[in-house]
Design a protein around this ligand. Structure first.
Ligand code: HPA
Length: 247
């Protein structure tokens, strides 16, 4: 069973043959919405819209723990593919590009970010040297090739708190820190998946240039983002279809 967490713009997968919807309650509260169970080709899939079905939950209010718990412990997902929109920082990651990140930076704060939060159980530290699962990344890249959808292999994803976008100086600082793309939801999602020992990888759609760059030099134009994202998400859906067909 493969879990797909859909980000902005991807609140459903049209080709998912829907079998049932499931409302799950977890020890960490409610996930962003009902889980949609179904099948793409032979692959059993469970889908969850990260920001809720009507896109009402901002990045800092997403219940990441409930989402990951529901997908892994309730639905039994053996892997999680995250779809997320990001701003581009690296020169080749322009609006419209799709990228499979290999590293992550965390600038978020105040988000419940661990399942191991003290209490009676012994302290647990997880290894996070490679935050994204190598094999699942490879499968995504192969699916991109099979679908003839260009996917950039590797990027450092900086996770900011949001919901506001960054200042130009903040994007410059992120670049100095080694970031190639910037988004608001990569963490703690990736770390929570690791805590539950579940392979996690992401496919990121570059929606805009980071603040202060390219056509975002003076401001980020939301009207342009929408059009770019719609186009990109058609490609993302094709990649996911091929990923599932390869099972
Ligand atoms: N910054 C942060 N998150 C984003 C951006 C951005 O420029 N674009 C899409 N998600």
């Amino acid at each position: 069973m493969l879990a797909i967490i859909g980000g902005s713009g991807l609140t459903q997968l049209a080709y998912l043959e829907i079998a049932r919807r499931e409302v799950v309650r977890t020890p960490f509260g409610e996930p962003s919405g009902a889980l949609t169970h179904g099948r793409i080709g032979k692959q059993e899939v469970v889908f969850l819209a990260r920001h809720g079905h009507n896109h009402t939950i901002p990045p800092h209010r997403v219940n990441y723990r409930a989402n990951i718990w529901a997908l892994v412990k309730a639905a039994g997902a053996a892997g999680i593919v995250s779809v997320a929109s990001v701003g581009g920082i690296r020169a080749d990651l322009k609006p419209g590009a799709l990228v499979v990140p290999h590293q992550i930076l965390d600038y978020t704060w105040g988000r419940p970010h661990t399942f191991f939060d003290g209490g009676e159980a012994p302290v647990v530290h997880v290894d996070f040297t490679e935050p994204y699962d190598r094999a699942l990344r490879e499968r995504l890249l192969c699916a991109g090739e099979a679908a003839a959808v260009p996917l950039a292999d590797g990027a450092v994803y900086a996770t900011t708190q949001g919901p506001r976008l960054e200042s130009a100086a903040e994007v410059n600082k992120l670049e100095r820190d080694g970031a190639d793309i910037v988004g608001m939801t990569g963490m703690p999602e990736a770390a929570l998946a690791r805590e539950l020992e579940t392979p996690y990888a992401a496919i990121c759609a570059v929606a805009n240039w980071g603040a202060g760059r390219g056509d975002s030099a003076e401001a980020i134009h939301f009207d342009r983002i929408e059009a770019v994202l719609q186009e990109s998400l058609v490609q993302v859906r094709r990649v996911i279809e091929h990923l599932c067909a390869a099972v």
